[in-house]
Design a protein around this ligand. Structure first.
Ligand SMILES: Cc1cc2nc3c(=O)[nH]c(=O)nc-3n(C[C@H](O)[C@H](O)[C@H](O)COP(=O)(O)O)c2cc1C
Length: 153
């Protein structure tokens, strides 16, 4: 029985939270028996990560970087999870207005240090969240949950 799929995100104006809700809906639909956990970056910690079978991170772009909240989360889990979560499947979504590349790269750089295994392409949403973006977020959650439940990741 796999551990939970953990979705950790931060959102100030609600857009990243809206994507997170869609990611969770997709996950629930594709793997109804898989445990799902969601947490704001400021509320999640190493224990949540250590009992998860997979992690989806969601952050808004802030000044070409991840949000301060996501950086705080990664700083707090880094040394406790290092060596204990090698190979953990993870995925990432980023919400910005115009350019999400720096934010995505900043998360990837740190998670590369943890040696987690990114199993899906990064979802970057720059601008409005339309039908296509909703579908992509739903698919991201669905694919991640299905992969974990089936033991593929
Ligand atoms: C301080 C600040 C910095 C931002 N920096 C960026 C940025 O570098 N790139 C970008 O595309 N959007 C940037 N934005 C826009 C937000 O990422 C965007 O509005 C996002 O949807 C907000 O997410 P939220 O609604 O989950 O808080 C910035 C917004 C703020 C308030």
């Amino acid at each position: 029985m796999p551990g939970a799929l953990l979705v950790v995100y931060h959102s100030r104006a609600g857009h990243t939270a809206s994507l997170a809700r869609t990611v969770l809906e997709g996950a629930r639909a594709s793997a109804p028996t898989l445990a799902l956990e969601e947490a704001d970056c400021f509320d999640a910690g190493p224990a949540d990560v250590l009992r998860a079978s997979g992690v989806i991170l969601g952050t808004p772009a802030r000044f070409g970087y991840m949000s301060g909240a996501m950086k705080d989360f990664l700083e707090r889990i880094y040394y406790e999870c290092l060596e204990r979560t090698v190979g953990l499947p993870w995925a990432l979504f980023v919400k910005g207005d115009t350019d999400t590349s720096g934010a995505a790269a900043s998360v990837e750089r740190i998670v590369t240090g943890l040696r987690w295994r990114r199993v899906l392409p990064v979802l970057e949403v720059a601008g409005e969240i339309g039908e296509e973006q909703v579908a992509s977020a739903y698919e991201l959650g669905g694919a991640m949950a299905a992969g974990i439940e089936a033991g593929l990741f």
